[in-house]
Design a protein around this ligand. Structure first.
Ligand code: HEC
Length: 708
């Protein structure tokens, strides 16, 4: 506790207690500067007025404000002193798994989420631990999660902090005590729904979507009463079985754009990340995801746009009613979600001030849409795109030669997307939008024999296409960079190359500053107008999440949650290994003249040892093992059995003792308590032997390569 505090703090506790007792406090007593933190007091109710005002000294909601601009007007840290930044504190998240969360900061307390949906409250000035809430997600649930056991953040309202959990619960925790206030399941039936995204609170309702479209679910977004946890409304993004009737006219209209029996696999369209809100228009914006299966010819064999997949949806916040939609990828068939960050701003376009919503989704085009009407304004590719030549004046992308039914096709972007969830930021002083881009392609091939299989991935993509993964045959040329984009002129202004893909989201600050963490373990300040690097610090692990900034006792802090892992580190193989970092989650905060020491990262694994174990398997069994591995194991252990430095083991390094227990591990869940799922419902002993034999071959190959 700060020395100047006791008296001030006592009166603040009294005010806070009043405010918390009467949640509807008209004008919240926002302290002129954030009060000193305390586990027992100093917390002021976060209400609609406070969320709307978005005081730059705090970071009250995921995107910094309802408009999700991730811009702060604080100017304690500027170009002329940014070189004096030093670490103020760091906090160990005690996990090697991927970290994607944006912290929140209110009343001197920083709320950070880590792997397995664990929530921590820290003193934002010192990093001192106040409390941890662990929702104890069953580790066996890992198999129902596509892209790592991640969480992207929390929401604040009243006296509570809200998180979604990997197993699909929405949880409210008391901000003072860290104790559970209420918990509700958002999951329908026994489908593999999960939650990785951050909730938002709009007009007293907690808004949350789900993930799961790669495995097979029907997407929706739900609103819960923040006080009680009661479901207020649920809006589906894709139609269900028409024979059961439609939930709304919007669903009936959508069903006319689908064919076949799409509902059996769920249809997809999950709302796994982006949300935004315009309190004046009273519109809630929701980004929807890819289809289940990914392959359109299997999902909807008679064609159709498959509304509302890969769309921006504008909803009424009190009822969830659909007001307008804009589909970024009609009939998507490449995993091109529109769940990426949506950012609201008022821009002068062709001499007119337009209220716009902006998105740079996976499909590689930067979209500017009128957020009042849904009218398309403009779209241009922000990197190489091979699936469409351009977006027409009617707002519809013009596809080129996309049919991969009879022959595999190499196309850009890859299912990772040209840009995915790492948040963008908008700098009102430069008028530019900043985000990390990967120019990568992938082979797309259809598995003509695909059938919906509960509990498995249901993409409809043929794994045989990945046989030559990593060789030139898959068109391996790729690059990644930080991009500054002019959304009015729809053109690139500058770029800074990155070492590898999956770099951090961005934060725009003050007059001309921009912050971004990198996959290769650095935290960097740039001049926002031209991309000149001004300062950097090592982080000790890869950064994927976006930073935040806040002020306490007149001092400005910049904080980020770091930790290499999750989708790309898990499944990016050699490309991910290029980052040269490993997992080791931590939250770090810098301030001027900070003198704390950045904790060192985990050392690299070193050369692949020669395998000393053998299993009997024919070459046909081994080849089948490779295909099974690509379909069921590569999403966590990497393609080619090459781990990307994530917290999941690189199987090439297994020692004989671990190989002796391979079958026990894979079929009977020997390590399920640590997130290694059991597969006895999908694999038999012979198939596991085939996988093991192929893994050993990869280990030998890796060993030979390091000796060359
Ligand atoms: C959802 C992610 C995930 C998937 C999918 C997955 N694994 Fe794992 N696996 C893990 C994790 C996490 C561990 C580390 C467990 C631990 O720390 O004990 C692991 C560990 C292992 C180990 C080493 C256990 C030891 O002895 O330490 C083997 C072998 C293994 N996995 C094989 C496989 C095979 C084969 C597949 C596909 C059939 C597969 N895994 C799919 C997450 C996954």
């Amino acid at each position: 506790m700060k020395s100047d505090a006791p008296h001030r703090l006592a009166s603040r506790i009294a005010v806070a207690a009043l405010c918390l007792a009467f949640i509807a406090c008209e004008t919240p007593d926002i302290p002129p500067e954030a009060p000193p933190p305390s586990a027992s007091g100093g917390l002021f109710a976060v209400d609609d007025a406070r969320l709307r005002a978005a005081d730059p000294k705090s970071w009250l909601s995921h995107g910094g404000s309802y408009a999700e601009q991730r811009y702060s007007a604080l100017d304690g840290i500027r170009e002329d002193n940014v070189g004096r930044l030093g670490l103020a504190w760091s906090f160990d998240l005690q996990s090697d798994r991927g970290v994607e969360g944006t912290p929140l900061v209110a009343d001197g307390v920083l709320y950070a989420t880590g792997p397995w949906s664990v929530l921590h409250a820290l003193d934002a000035a010192t990093g001192e631990h106040l409390w941890t809430y662990d929702p104890e997600v069953p580790r066996s649930y890992a198999r129902s999660i596509c892209c790592g056991v991640v969480n992207r953040g929390a929401a604040l309202y009243g006296d509570k902090v809200f998180i979604g959990t990997l197993d699909g619960r929405l949880v409210a925790v008391d901000r003072r005590s860290g104790k559970l206030a209420w918990s509700t399941s958002t999951v329908e039936g026994d489908r593999p729904y999960s939650i990785t995204g951050a909730p938002r609170v709009v007009e007293g309702k907690v808004i949350i979507g789900n993930a799961g479209a790669d495995l097979g679910v029907r997407g929706y977004v739900s609103a819960y009463d923040a006080e009680t946890g009661e479901l207020a409304w649920r809006t589906y993004t894709v139609p269900g079985n028409p024979a059961l009737g439609f939930e709304s006219p919007a669903m009936e209209r959508a069903a006319a754009t689908w064919t076949g029996e799409w509902w059996k696999a769920g249809g997809g369209g999950t709302v796994w990340d982006a949300l935004a809100y315009d309190p004046e228009l009273r519109l809630l914006y929701v980004g929807s995801g890819n289809g289940t299966p990914h392959v359109r010819w299997l999902r909807s064999p008679g064609g159709g746009d498959n509304l509302y997949l890969a769309s921006i949806l504008a909803l009424r916040p009190d009822t969830g009613e659909l007001v307008w939609h804009y589909q970024t990828t009609p009939a998507e068939t490449w995993d091109y979600t529109a769940t990426q960050h949506m950012l609201l701003a008022d821009l002068e376009i062709d001499g007119r001030l337009r209220k716009v919503i902006m998105q740079a989704p996976k499909n590689g085009f930067f979209f500017v849409v009128d957020r009042e009407t849904g009218e398309f304004i403009s779209a241009e590719p922000f990197t190489e795109v091979s699936w469409a030549s351009h977006v027409g004046p009617d707002g519809r992308p013009v596809e080129v030669d996309v049919d991969y039914r009879s022959q595999a096709k190499f196309m850009r972007p890859s299912p990772y997307g040209a840009h995915s969830w790492p948040p963008m930021s908008f700098h009102p002083k430069t008028g530019l939008v900043y985000f990390p881009v990967r120019n990568m392609g992938s082979i797309y091939a259809m598995d003509a024999g695909w059938e919906y299989t509960p509990g498995d991935w249901n993409t409809g993509l043929a794994m045989s296409a990945f046989e030559n993964f990593g060789s030139d045959a898959d068109g391996g040329r790729w690059e990644a960079f930080l991009l500054a984009w002019d959304p009015v002129a729809q053109r690139e202004v500058w770029r800074v190359p990155h070492v590898t893909a999956f770099n951090g989201g961005t934060l725009s600050v003050g007059e001309d500053l921009l912050f971004e963490g990198t996959a290769d373990g650095r935290f960097v300040a740039y001049r926002a107008s031209d991309g000149t690097p001004l300062w950097e610090s090592p982080v000790g692990t890869g950064v994927m999440a976006a930073p935040v900034t806040y002020e306490i006792d007149g001092e400005q802090y910049v904080a980020v949650a770091a930790g290499w892992g999750a989708s790309f580190a898990l499944s990016g193989g050699e490309a991910a290994l290029k980052a040269g970092v490993r997992g080791g989650g931590r939250v770090l905060a810098w301030k001027l003249d900070g003198d704390a020491v950045v904790p060192p990262g985990r050392p690299p694994l070193g050369p692949v040892p020669a395998p000393t174990y053998q299993v009997e398997a024919s070459s046909a069994e081994r080849r089948r093992g490779m295909l099974l591995y690509q379909g069921k194991c590569s999403t966590c252990h990497g393609p080619g059995a090459i781990g990307g430095g994530s917290g999941v083991p690189d199987l090439r390094y297994l020692v004989a003792g671990q190989h002796a227990l391979f079958e026990e591990t894979v079929l009977r869940g020997l390590h399920s308590a640590n997130g290694m799922p059991r597969f006895d419902d999908l694999l038999d002993a012979e198939e596991v032997r085939g996988i093991q034999s192929w893994v050993l071959e990869q280990a030998q190959r890796g060993h030979d390569a390091t000796r060359e």
